[in-house]
Design a protein around this ligand. Sequence first.
Ligand code: G6P
Length: 608
Amino acid sequence: MCGIVGYVGEKRATPLLLDGLRRLEYRGYDSAGVATLDQDRVQVVRRVGFVQNLAAAIPADMPGHTGIGHTRWATHGGVTEQNAHPHADSTNRIALAHNGIIENHAVLRARLEDDGIVFRSETDTEVLVHLVSKFYTGDPVDAVRKALLLVQGTYGIAVIFAAHPGLIVAARNGSPLVVGKGDGESFLASDPHALAAYTRQVVYLEDRDIARIDQEGWTLSRLDGSDVSRVVEVLGEEWADDGRGDYSHHMLKEIREQPESLARCLRGRVVPESGGARLGGLDMDPREIAHIQRVGVLGCGTSFHASLVGAAAMESLARIPAFAEISSEFRYRNPVIGRDDMFFAVSQSGETADTLGAVREVQVKGGRIFGVVNVVGSSIARTCGKGVYVHSGPEIAVASTKAFTSQVAALLVAALSFARTRTLGPHEGKAFGDELLAVPSAVGEWLESEPPSVMDAVELVTKGRFVFFLGRGVSHAVALEGALKLKEIAYVPCMAYPAAEMKHGPIALIDHNTPVVVIVPDDVMRDKTLSTIAEVKARGARVVVVHSAGDMHAARVADISIPVPRASTLLSPLLTALPLQLLAYRSGLALGRDIDRPRNLAKSVTVE
Ligand code: G6P
């Protein structure tokens, strides 16, 4: 989604801004722009399309040692150069870039138009720059503060003023911003990826913070005018590693990294000696665990699919009533939240607006919520205060892969820890923990000898008009995830269904040669799912079956058989998800899609 970068220092700003914008490309965007200071005016260059289009349009000698840059993912107003950020005020002396949504923009726009302002874009953002200009009487921070006091909505903004070379004013409310300090230079970004190559010393702004940034560093104040300081944090090593290495795409690299990312997620957390698990970030003693009445697991997209597996594990392993729900639905349905309920917010980025909203809703109602997050220091991690980092390392491809398996693994560890207190003896707990610890190497072995039948499946689904994904229980969650991946990356229309529900309507869509992908590990639901396979085959479907290695019957009924290592039911998603990730990746490649930058999608969705 939208990204912001900023630079103040001695160097020419545009090369650094362009580099920062390239590092933010993975978030998804449709236009980009930069603004720098050129004597008594701001100079703005914007282009539709990729950052490379913008780079080609920027004059080699574009002046300015202070600048801001933006990648826009359109919300208000189409994908046009006029709507791209940064926006300048009518005098071209102030430029502003914005992430988020100004909800009362229509009212503010009407008032500004009454004052004679002529708007140049259809965006909600443009009101901000005109408001800052209206309130500017010499003090840039004061002007930004007065403008923001009129605004309802979410924002992360960066503003430069021709009258104040060497200065950026930044402010945050709901859209993340991080400020970094180099040697005689300072950086601003909406995502630590953009500045990790230049500095590791950073400060994360909190909601309603305003930063006055110059080359020596920053001073912070609050929207109400009071002063504040924030702890300088040091970005971890892994943040600088956002390269593709020898891989053609981030997505393939991230799929192949799963043995290591899973091992990192489990390391030190599964405790074979006691048959339990240790999650320091949850900080709960057995007495508290014994009192949990209900568990809710909340997330969006892929994280919701991991949440479904997590909720199933809480219920079947720890025997705690549990549910998973899409954050955007949960947050507005006025949910009942009991004193002894416990919630998890699952999010790779830690910035998804709907999941952050759900976290706040739980907190408003006095509930407890813990983050299951990948990005350290992200908004959800900090708002929850406590939780589990999944330690996937940077996930750059828009389609989530290694974060999904790590989220599932982290939730399984939490379920094991609760189950050891409530339902499991040491031997059963140890058996589950041992099996979990063996998963990373099973994943590695399977990835190294990827069955050739994955390519047969690619040929089938890329020729199909419409693809079904079917599974039951946790395999239904995997079916949902497989279908989401294929839509995101290959743009192949598809639908996931609980296998037995197929006969209640969707089976009408099956005709000769409809590709159906069925996830059928060798568990208690296997025979039932095999019956569904017979039903769809009887109607002409061509069936890809992802099944446990050695299950000859499942292999026989398949038109295309993809075996994965055996695992018990709750662990099976960590293995059955792998061929579906590769099916999406290889189908996207076969259809010539832009794998790491799929159309219309954003890596972290910071608006509702
Ligand atoms: C976007 C991404 C998905 C992701 C979802 C939730 O829609 O395109 O890949 O699963 O957001 O993101 P989160 O960062 O909260 O896991």
